[in-house]
Design a protein around this ligand. Sequence first.
Ligand SMILES: [Zn+2]
Length: 92
Amino acid sequence: MNNNNYTKVLYNHNNDTWMNSEGDTLELLHGSIESGKRYGFFLNNSYWDCDCEDNYIHKRSESEFCNICGVHQEDMPDSREHEIKSGEHFAK
Ligand SMILES: [Zn+2]
């Protein structure tokens, strides 16, 4: 597992998308902290976050519902790429 939280992403000019080294499609989003400083992060549409406090990352192809909090993947957002790469928050 990759412990330094480093994500390698590639930009595809043909269809205007970002991709990681596994071939998952990523979406670049921006947020800002209270000081107004902006930051960017990637969402990975092959994974989704449920409502659990922790262990909330599910793989879309393997898990349709969370059997702990009961939400359906279609209602839930994509997971953050850096959290997927950290390997720390996957549903058990
Ligand atoms: Zn859950």
